[in-house]
Design a protein around this ligand. Structure first.
Ligand code: PGA
Length: 265
C-alpha cells in the first residue's frame, strides 16, 4: 500500500444471500467499518438485494456515521431497452450503488464477455458516476505458458481509453483466475510483479498522476491469514474478496489488516 491512495476492501458476494441475511451481513460489516479509519469498504450483493442493503446502510450511516459503499456485480452497457434480464448503470445508481464490478472473470468465462464489452460496461458505469472495479487476470494455462503479463496488459489496454479520462475514478482488480475460489493464492511477490506492471502501463498511457491516483486491488482467495502480506506490497491498494466476504469475522479481519498497515502497526 502507498499512503497516497486510500485502501479499498471490496466484498463480492456473488450469487449468495437474500434480503434478510444480506442486510444482516451488511449491517455487521458496517459496524466493523465504523471502528476503522482510513480504509474504504464496499460490498457487492446480488441485484435483488442491492436496494434493501443500500437502504439499511444509509439508515445506519445517518444514525451512526457508518460508511460502506454498495456495488453492482455487473451491469449492461446500454442505458435502457429490450434486454431481458439485464440491469443498467442508472438502475444500479437508483438502487443506491456508487460502484460496479465489471469484467469479473466469471463474467468473461461463463458469459463470454470480451475485452471490448468490458470497456463498454466501464464507460456506462463512469457515464453514470459509478466507480467501475475493472477485473483483469490470467487463467492457469496462460500463466503456465508464461503469458500472464501479456494477457493482463491486453485486458487493461482495452479499458484504458475509457478510464484514463476519468482520472482516479476507476479501480483495477487483478484477479488471477486460478486463484479465485480455489484456496490457491498468488504469492505477495507474484501479485506485486503484476501490480507493478499494471501501474507502469497506467503511467505510460495515462501519465504519472493517473498512475498514482488509480487503486489496484488484488483478488483470489484473499483470507485473513494472507491479507496482510498481500496488502503490504507497494502496488497493492486493497482487495476484492469473494468467499471470505460472506463471513463478517473474516471480512472484518481483512479490513483490519488494511487498517493496521495504514496505521503503520
Ligand atoms: P475468492 O473470490 O476470494 O472466493 O477467491 C474472489 C473474486 O472472485 O472476486
Amino acid at each position: 500500500m502507498d499512503p497516497r491512495r486510500i485502501p479499498l476492501i471490496a466484498g463480492n458476494w456473488k450469487m449468495h444471500h437474500g434480503s434478510a441475511s444480506g442486510i444482516e451481513l451488511a449491517v455487521a460489516i458496517a459496524k466493523v467499518a465504523k471502528t476503522i479509519r482510513g480504509v474504504e469498504v464496499v460490498v457487492a450483493p446480488p441485484f435483488t438485494v442491492l436496494a434493501a442493503v443500500a437502504q439499511s446502510l444509509e439508515e445506519l450511516s445517518e444514525q451512526r456515521g457508518l460508511l460502506v459503499g454498495v456495488a453492482g456485480q455487473n451491469l449492461h452497457h446500454e442505458a435502457k431497452g429490450a434486454f431481458t434480464g439485464e440491469v443498467s448503470a442508472s438502475m444500479l445508481v437508483d438502487a443506491g450503488c456508487r460502484w460496479a464490478i465489471v469484467g469479473h472473470s466469471e463474467r468473461r468465462q461463463y458469459f463470454a464477455e470480451s475485452d471490448a464489452l468490458v470497456a463498454k460496461k466501464a464507460q456506462a458505469a463512469l457515464d453514470n458516476k459509478l466507480h467501475p472495479i475493472v477485473c483483469v487476470g490470467e487463467t492457469l494455462d496462460e500463466r503456465s505458458a508464461g503469458k500472464t503479463l501479456e494477457v493482463v496488459l491486453r485486458q487493461l489496454r482495452a479499458v484504458l481509453p475509457t478510464i484514463v479520462p476519468a482520472r482516479g475514478a476507476a479501480v483495477i482488480a487483478y484477479e488471477p483466475v486460478w486463484a479465485i475460489g480455489t484456496g490457491k493464492v498468488a504469492t505477495p511477490a507474484d501479485a506485486e510483479e503484476v501490480h507493478a506492471a499494471i501501474r507502469a502501463e497506467l503511467d505510460a498511457q495515462g501519465g504519472a498522476a493517473f498512475a498514482t491516483a488509480t487503486r489496484l486491488l488484488y483478488g483470489g482467495s484473499v483470507k485473513p491469514d494472507n491479507a496482510r502480506e498481500l496488502l503490504a506490497q507497494p502496488d497493492v491498494d486493497g482487495a476484492l474478496v469473494g468467499g471470505a466476504s460472506l463471513d463478517v469475522a473474516q471480512f472484518g479481519a481483512i479490513v483490519q489488516a488494511a487498517a493496521s498497515i495504514v496505521r503503520g502497526a
